[in-house]
Design a binder for this molecule. Structure first.
Ligand code: GDP
Length: 440
C-alpha cells in the first residue's frame, strides 16, 4: 500500500542526515521533495502545498531536543500532519436507530455490494447486531444475486424483490420486515452507474428521503485517485453523506484518495476495505494509516486481527493437545485456516515495522498455503490424527493426491516433526523440574 509514497518520503527525510538542527535553508529541499512525493501520489497541488507549508512552520518552530535528530523530528511532524489530513481521529458509525438504517452509495464497481456484505458481517460478529441486507439495485439482477450469495456466506438475512422496479418501495418494505423480524440494522445496497448520472442521483436521493438513514456511506475505489475525490464531491453535494468507505486499498493505489478525500468533502473516512474476503474490513484510523505510510508498520491492527480470530475454547483444546504431544495435522490445518482468516498474508506481514519495504517486490500470495493444504487434504482422517503412521508408501500416495512431489511431502513431514519437537521442548521447559527429581 502506498509504497511509492513511502519510499519517496523516506528519501526526503534522508536529506536532513548529518544536519545538527533544522533551519530555513536545510529544510527547503526536504519540503520540496515531500511536496513532489504527495503530488505524485495523486494529491492535488494546492493541498500538497498547504501540507508542506504547515510541516515547514512546525519544523522551524520546534524546540531543539538533542536526543532527536532533525530527520526523526521531521518524520514525527509529517506523521502527525498526515494523520490530521486524513481526519485526525477515528469515527464510529451511528448505530442508535431502531432499526439503524444505513444507505450504501457509490459508482458501479466501486465495491458497494462487497462492502455491504462486509459491513453486515462486521456488525454481526463484532457489534452483536442483527443486520438485514437489502438489494435495491433494480437494474442489475446480477447485483441482487451477488448480495444473496454474500449474505448466505456470512449467514445474514437478505431482502430481495426481483420483480419490483421501485427501489424506494423495496427499501421501505425491507425496513418494515426488519421491524417485524427483530433486525436492528438495515443495510441498503443501492444501484450505481459507471459515471455519475442524474437518474441514479435522483433515485438515491429519493431513497434517502423515504427512509431517513442514520448513516449514508459513500463507497469509493481508492485506485481511481483524484477521480475518486471528484466523484465524492458530486455525491456529497447531492446526498450530504455521513462517511466515506475506501475500497481496494490492497491494490496498487498511490494514496491520493485516502489522503485528500476528508479535506475535500469534510466527511470522515469510516472504513477501509482491503480485499475480497468478507473479513477484510477495518475501521479507519488516520494515525495508524499515517504510520503505515511512513513505514512504521501497524502492530495495533495486526494484534486486533489476531484477537478477532482468537477462539478461547479452541485455544484451550489446542494447548491440551500440545501438552500431551498430540498435535496432529487436523490441528495444523485449523491453525492455517485461522491465519488465513486474518487477511491477505502480504498485507499482514507489511504491518510489522520495516517488513513492508523488505517484501514489497516479493510475490507472497495466499497460494503459499495451498500446497500444504493440498497435502493435508490428501491424507486420510486416520493419518491426520496419527502422523506417525505416514510411511513411505503413504507419502507416495499423498504426493500423488496433492499433485506434489514426494520430496515436498518429505520436507513438509520433516518440518512438522521439527515443529512437534519444539513444542515438546517448550512443554518440558514449562513443566520445569517435574520430570526426574534429583537428576540435576
Ligand atoms: P459494486 O458494483 O459497487 O457493487 O462493486 P462490487 O462489490 O461488485 O465490487 C466490484 C469488484 O471489486 C468485485 O470484483 C469485487 O470482488 C472487487 N472488490 C471489492 N472490494 C474490494 C477490495 O477491497 N479489494 C479488492 N482487491 N477487490 C475488491
Amino acid at each position: 500500500m502506498f509504497e511509492n509514497l513511502s519510499e519517496r518520503l523516506e528519501s526526503a527525510f534522508k536529506q536532513l542526515k548529518g544536519e545538527g538542527r533544522i533551519n530555513e535553508i536545510n529544510i527547503a529541499t526536504t519540503v520540496k521533495e515531500i511536496r513532489r512525493a504527495l503530488v505524485d501520489a495523486d494529491v492535488n497541488y494546492k493541498i500538497a502545498k498547504e501540507f508542506t507549508d504547515k510541516v515547514k512552520d512546525k519544523a522551524i518552530g520546534e524546540k531543539v531536543i538533542t536526543s532527536v535528530s532533525p530527520g526523526q523530528l521531521m518524520v514525527k511532524i509529517v506523521k502527525d500532519e498526515l494523520a490530521e489530513l486524513m481526519g485526525g481521529k477515528e469515527h464510529e458509525i451511528d448505530l442508535s436507530g431502531k432499526p439503524t438504517v444505513i444507505l450504501i452509495a457509490g459508482l458501479q464497481g466501486s465495491g458497494k455490494t462487497t462492502f455491504s456484505g462486509k459491513l453486515a458481517n462486521f456488525l454481526n460478529s463484532k457489534k452483536n447486531k442483527k443486520p438485514l441486507l437489502v438489494a435495491a439495485d433494480i437494474y442489475r439482477p446480477a447485483a441482487m444475486e451477488q448480495l444473496r450469495v454474500l449474505a448466505e456466506q456470512i449467514k445474514v438475512p437478505v431482502h430481495i424483490e426481483l420483480e419490483n422496479r421501485d427501489a424506494v418501495a423495496i427499501a421501505q418494505n425491507a425496513i418494515a420486515l426488519a421491524k417485524q423480524n427483530g433486525n436492528n440494522v438495515v443495510i441498503i445496497d443501492t444501484a450505481g452507474r459507471l459515471a455519475i448520472d442524474e437518474a441514479m442521483m435522483t433515485e438515491v436521493a429519493n431513497i434517502k428521503a423515504a427512509v431517513n438513514p442514520s448513516e449514508i456511506l459513500f463507497v469509493v475505489d481508492s485506485m481511481t485517485g483524484q477521480d475518486a475525490v471528484n466523484t465524492a464531491k458530486a455525491f456529497n453535494d447531492r446526498l450530504d453523506f455521513t462517511g466515506v468507505v475506501l475500497t481496494k486499498l490492497d491494490g496498487d493505489t498511490r494514496g491520493g484518495a485516502a489522503l485528500t478525500i476528508k479535506y475535500t468533502v469534510d466527511k470522515p473516512i469510516k472504513f477501509v476495505s482491503m480485499g475480497e474476503k468478507m473479513e477484510a474490513l477495518d475501521i479507519f484510523y488516520p494515525e495508524r494509516m499515517a504510520q503505515r505510510i511512513l513505514g512504521m508498520g501497524d502492530i495495533t491492527t495486526l494484534v486486533e486481527r489476531a484477537q478477532a480470530q482468537f477462539d478461547e475454547a479452541q485455544a484451550k483444546k489446542l494447548e491440551k493437545k500440545i501438552r500431551a504431544n498430540k498435535f496432529d495435522f487436523d490441528d495444523f490445518k485449523e491453525q492455517l485456516q485461522q491465519i488465513k482468516k486474518m487477511g491477505n498474508i502480504k498485507d499482514l506481514l507489511a504491518m510489522i515495522p520495516g517488513v513492508g519495504k523488505a517484501i514489497k517486490d516479493i510475490d507472497i500470495s495466499d497460494d503459499a498455503f495451498k500446497g500444504i493444504e493440498a497435502m493435508i487434504n490428501s491424507m486420510t482422517p486416520y493419518e491426520r490424527a496419527n502422523p506417525d503412521v505416514i510411511d513411505t508408501s503413504r507419502r507416495k500416495r499423498i504426493a500423488k493426491g496433492s499433485g506434489k512431489d514426494v520430496n515436498d511431502v518429505n520436507a513438509f513431514m520433516k518440518q512438522f516433526e521439527q515443529m512437534k519437537q519444539m513444542m515438546g521442548m517448550m512443554n518440558k521447559m514449562k513443566g520445569g523440574g517435574m520430570g526426574m527429581p534429583g537428576m540435576m
